[in-house]
Design a protein around this ligand. Structure first.
Ligand code: SF4
Ligand code: SF4
Length: 82
């Protein structure tokens, strides 16, 4: 069952995504990606962002919710159109 969930990543709750990364490790569908939003050539990034880039593939297992220490991920079932 694909494309049945909306995933929201709440930046204000997430701890340092580069140091934690539990959601990235546990997701069986590889939904999440991590990237540095403010890249400057030759300078190590100071900020990393988690993106539910492949949320179409989410199977709703809830593993990311279980491991996130900060409740930073919100999973919402999509309402089917009549
Ligand atoms: S609910 Fe499961 S499949 Fe969906 S993003 Fe979380 S870990 Fe991945
Ligand atoms: S598991 Fe939670 S706190 Fe850790 S990187 Fe993912 S969203 Fe952030």
């Amino acid at each position: 069952m694909k494309n049945h969930y909306n995933i929201e990543w709440r930046k204000e709750k997430c701890i340092n995504a580069f140091d934690c990364g539990k959601c990235l490790e546990v997701c069986p569908e590889a939904v999440f990606a991590i990237y540095a939003p403010n890249r400057e050539e030759g300078i190590p990034p100071t900020e990393y962002i988690i993106s539910p880039a492949m949320q179409y593939f989410c199977n709703g297992c809830g593993a990311c919710l279980d491991v996130c220490p900060k409740d930073a991920i919100k999973l919402t079932p999509k309402v089917k159109a009549e």
